[in-house]
Write a protein that binds this ligand. Structure first.
Ligand code: SER
Length: 340
């Protein structure tokens, strides 16, 4: 079997951990992991090579390109929505300039190797923007081309980078008399909020769901920063990893677009609380809405239409709400804090 070399940026983040664990269990993959922070030892041992470095440092990215031939780039590094509101210029640099640098890396790699290089990019429900909670209630499941009026720096960054990816794939240097060659196969999923049993996100606005679960498992009280009726789509981390891998594996000719919604379940914060309390009956969970973060959540859709992903590459999540808690989140999170 041919060995593939895969670059993962933001490898120390939630999705990075999931992807690295997945690839560690499969032959024929060399993972080159990159993060601003040193990778933890357990992830490190699963990688072929790890780098501590900055995606804004072009010289560093060039040295990576010299040292490796990448078949696929999973570009996960980003500042999430709440953090991006607090540090908008840094967010723009990391989320936009960082993505531009990785697209350039993909083009360089493609030229050096004389073949297409895939770039897999997680976008987000944050690219959507409904005017308020009333409009959100009236809207049905949102399709990829509807309501793309984001009101956060993060959402704007993600929407723009989706377009950058399409540009690099379809129109890059379209006026050159002598095309220099190099081709990126850019593919993107718009993720809902992700819930992992073994890692917590940092700086997201959908964090109330994973925080509620993890605090309950630790036996600590939780003040939830949203109203009880807040409803957005969520997904269990194994399905998040599955979505990226399935899109990467899909034959190009089956893809009718480059940007895909993926969904699995969409409980309200109140329903989440009831499910967490079923598993951890002593959990103390109160609702203390932060009106500013709430307004962001009120602009994100209650559900997404992922029929394109289902049709084009067979998207089908393993975990619905009940199964995610029963078979993945509750057993794994309990085990996680028992070991600590
Ligand atoms: N989880 C992200 C956030 O809250 C949204 O995709 O920023």
């Amino acid at each position: 079997m041919e060995t593939r070399t895969i670059l993962i940026t933001g490898a120390n983040g939630e999705i990075g951990h999931g992807l690295i664990s997945h690839f560690a269990e499969h032959d024929g993959v060399r993972v080159v992991a990159l993060d601003l922070n040193t990778l933890d030892d357990s992830s490190k041992s699963k990688c072929y090579k790890t780098y501590t470095g900055d995606i804004l440092d072009n010289r560093f990215l060039e040295s990576l390109s010299t040292a490796h031939d990448f078949d696929v780039i999973y570009h996960l590094a980003a500042l999430l929505s709440t953090r991006a509101e607090r540090q908008p210029t840094i967010a723009h640099k990391v989320n936009v300039d960082g993505t531009l640098n990785l697209l350039e890396t993909a083009i360089t790699q493609s030229r050096l190797q004389g073949k297409e290089v895939k770039m897999i990019y997680p976008s987000s429900i944050a690219v959507y923007g409904l005017p308020d909670a009333g409009a959100k209630e009236k809207a049905n499941r949102i399709g990829e081309d509807q309501c793309t009026e984001p009101r956060t720096m993060y959402g704007i960054n993600k929407l723009y980078c989706e377009r950058l990816g399409k540009y690099y794939m379809n129109y890059y240097r379209q006026l050159d008399a002598q095309p220099m060659g190099g081709k990126v196969d850019f593919r993107c999923v718009r993720f809902p909020g992700l819930i992992s049993a073994v890692t917590l996100p940092t700086g997201g606005t959908s964090d109330f769901a994973p925080e509620m679960l993890h605090q309950a498992a630790k036996g600590e009280p939780y003040d939830c920063f949203v109203r009880e009726d807040t409803r957005i789509p969520f997904m269990a981390m194994p399905d998040g990893v599955k979505a990226l891998l399935s899109l990467e594996a899909a034959p190009r000719e089956n893809l009718s677009t480059q940007i895909y919604n993926v969904g699995s379940f969409n409980p309200s914060a109140g329903e989440l609380k009831r499910r967490v309390k079923k598993a951890f009956p002593d959990a103390v969970i109160n609702f203390k809405p932060d009106l500013k973060r709430q307004a962001i959540l009120d602009s994100w859709p209650a559900d997404v239409d992922d029929s394109r992903a289902r049709k084009d590459w067979g998207w089908n999540p393993e975990y619905d709400f009940e199964r995610a808690f029963e078979e993945y989140l509750v057993p794994a999170v309990s085990q996680f804090y028992k070991r600590k």
